[in-house]
Every structure is written in C-alpha cells, then in structure tokens.
Design a protein around this ligand. Sequence first.
Ligand code: SF4
Ligand code: SF4
Length: 106
Amino acid sequence: MKNLVGRAKENYREMKKEIKETYQRETSPAEGKENSEPVRVFYPVINYDNCIKCMVCVKLCPNQVFEIKNGFPVVANPMACDPDCQICGVKCPTRVISFVSKIRWG
Ligand code: SF4
Ligand code: SF4
C-alpha cells in the first residue's frame, strides 16, 4: 500500500513537471523566433479505429475542414477549424474526434 501511494505521488510529480514544461514550451518563442507572433493552432484529429464513415463530421462542419478520401473523412484544411465550434467532436456518434490545441510561434 505504501509503495502504491509512493508511486502515485511520483506519477503525480512527473505529470506536473510535464505539464509545466509543455506550458513553457508552448507559451515561449523558440530560439531565433523571439520577435515572432504567437499563432493558436487548433484542429480535429480522427481515430480511424472506430470511425463508422457516417460523414456526420463532414456534413456538419461549417468551414469545410474535412474532405472525403477513399471513403474516409480526412482533415484536409486544419487551419480553417474554429476553436469555438467543436460540433464535429460533440456529434460524432462514436466520439472518435479529438482536438489538437497549441500555440505556434512565427
Ligand atoms: S470544430 Fe467545427 S470548424 Fe472545426 S472541424 Fe469540427 S465542425 Fe469543423
Ligand atoms: S462523425 Fe465520427 S464516425 Fe462519423 S465519419 Fe466523422 S469521424 Fe467517422
């Protein structure tokens, strides 16, 4: 039991460290890009393992982010995605759409 608690604390510390490092990396410009502007990058990612090819995401997207290729929806225009929308993720019947959200510099 003591071991379990120790390991949980260690995992928690590692997780906090990783979150802090990711935050610092994503909120500071990389070397050589100190004068660049931050750009928010947000786009959907599909886990094709459980995609049932219903095309709900394609039909609902107001910004034509998806295209159909070989019978599957693909994220063809990621930069057109609106972070305030997320309707495809909510309405996907198998919930296989997640989102990448990060800051890019320059
Ligand atoms: S979040 Fe909205 S804009 Fe972005 S891909 Fe999904 S439906 Fe399209
Ligand atoms: S809504 Fe979900 S299950 Fe349907 S095609 Fe899009 S990703 Fe696949």
